[in-house]
Structure formats: C-alpha cells, structure tokens
Design a protein around this ligand. Structure first.
Ligand code: IPE
Ligand code: IPE
Ligand code: MG
Length: 253
C-alpha cells in the first residue's frame, strides 16, 4: 500500500469531554501499558491473554490521540528488564509484537501514523521480529499526522548508556559534553520530551521508562488495567494534565 503522508482529516469524537481544552493538547504522550497480567489473573486466564487483550486498548488509544491531534505517542511494550519473565511469556510477547504489527500496520498507515521503535536491537530479539519492525517503519515513514513510537526492548538507562557510548566513540572532548550534545545521541533526537506520562494499573513508578526525557513530564496514574484502557481514559488523563501547572523549576506567572 502507498504511504499516506496526511491521513484522513482529524475526526471529532463525541467522547471528548466538554471540559477538555482543545487549545492545550500535549504534544507528546507516553504510556506505560501496565496491568495485563492482573487483568488476566482476575479472569482466571493465563497472563498472555492479558497481553493479547491489550491490543484493543493500544489501537483505541492511538485513535484518541489522533482525535485530539496529539502528534507523538510512545508506548512501553517491552522493557530491558522484561527478559526476567518466564521464557514462555517472553516468547509470547516477541511473537505478539510481531503479529500485532502485521495485523495493524496497514490501518495505522491509512490513519497517517508513522511507526517507530526505540530500544536495543540486541541478539535476544528474534530476527523476524526485527524484520517486521523494519517493514512497519519503512511502510509508514512518510506519515506525519502522528508518530507512534513503540518502546521495545527499551530501558531508559540503556538509552543513556548507548548515548554515552556513541559520544565517546565520536571522540568528543569532555568539556564539549552538554545536555544538548547528549540529546543528539538518544534513540530519536527529533522526538520532543513527553509532556504527559500515563501509567495504568495504579502502579506509581517509572520502571526505567524514558528517564532522560521525562525530567519535566506530568505523571498521571489511572487505576484502570491496560486491557480496559480506552480513548476516554486518555481524554481523562489529558484533562488532568491540563489542571497541572508546569513550572520547570521557575515560578508561576
Ligand atoms: C504490562 O503488563 C505488559 C508488559 C510488561 C509487557 P504486565 O505483564 O506487567 O501486567 P502486570 O503488571 O503483571 O499486571
Ligand atoms: C513496565 O512494566 C514495562 C512495560 C509496561 C512494558 P513492568 O510491569 O515491567 O514494571 P514493574 O516490573 O512492575 O516495575
Ligand atoms: Mg506490570
């Protein structure tokens, strides 16, 4: 299918709350899709069923981002620490991320979504999964309506280490190392820092997500388990974001 740079015109969604200020939309929302295992446990299902059920939530959240005009959305799909899980669950997650891309890449492309990946491409990620990731990125690379970054085999510390390694390899002098310089070596230097981080399932922690980038992000922790998350929950999180006052270390106006 031919790439679709613009995508369909933004649609209005009757679920968008009246109190949501359409002139104050976060540029970048990053989600920690957490609670899949507990969702499955509560139903007497294997944990993997919870991951499977998370697909609907992901797609609906992207639709919500498109409706609001959020330009960057980043989803934590697999952390560098998730290799500690039982091999069967890890194997499932690898295959699931691969098949999800095959199922969803065309519709995401049609919606004008650019798909990207952030994380380590190490030997533990199966070759064919990397191939699907590359295909999805290639297919959608001209899209600009929204960039969906899948944080996959991603760790915030790993990203900073990789940036430092790249700087050292470039032969940079110590006194030339600045925040601006380090940022140039992050996985996606053009990605703006998240304005809003949404972690579902009521866990109040960061779990090695985007450590450099979230220095001044607003954090929202809805109780909903990820498989039950829908775009209305995203809208609620944006409303909460709009109640916050961002100060960046300065003083309020
Ligand atoms: C998040 O759900 C998905 C991944 C980490 C891949 P979990 O699998 O962490 O679900 P809980 O936190 O155990 O409920
Ligand atoms: C973070 O969730 C990683 C993803 C959602 C992919 P975890 O469930 O792995 O985090 P912890 O272990 O509860 O901190
Ligand atoms: Mg979890």
């Amino acid at each position: 299918m031919a790439p679709n740079p613009q995508g369909p015109s933004p649609f209005d969604d009757p679920l968008i709350p009246a109190e949501l200020d359409r002139s104050n939309i976060p540029t970048h929302v990053a989600c920690v899709m957490d609670g899949n295992g507990r969702w499955a446990n509560a139903r007497g299902l294997p944990r993997t069923e919870g991951h499977g059920a998370g697909e609907e939530a992901l797609v609906d959240a992207v639709d919500g981002a498109l409706a609001l005009g959020i330009e960057w959305i980043t989803m934590y799909a697999f952390s560098t620490e998730n290799w500690r899980r039982p091999v069967d669950e890890v194997r499932y997650l690898m295959g699931f991320n691969e098949s999800l891309l095959m199922r969803r890449r065309d519709e995401l492309n049609d919606k004008g979504v650019r798909i990207r990946f952030a994380g380590r491409r190490d030997w533990r990620v199966p070759r064919r999964v990397l191939r699907r990731m590359d295909e999805a990125a290639e297919l959608t690379k001209a899209n600009r309506r929204c960039t969906l970054t899948m944080a996959f085999n991603y760790g915030g510390r790993a990203e900073i280490i990789d940036a430092v390694k790249a700087m050292v390899a470039s032969g940079i002098k110590a006194d030339k190392i600045t925040e601006k310089e380090l940022r140039k070596h992050l996985y996606w230097p053009d990605m703006p820092d998240p304005d809003l981080v949404v972690r579902t399932s009521g866990e109040h922690r960061v779990s090695n997500y985007l450590l450099w980038e979230i220095a001044y992000s607003e954090l929202v922790f809805p109780e909903v388990l990820w498989p039950d998350f829908r775009r209305s929950d995203l809208y609620e999180a944006v409303v909460e974001f709009q109640r916050r006052e961002r100060r960046y270390g300065g003083l309020e106006e």
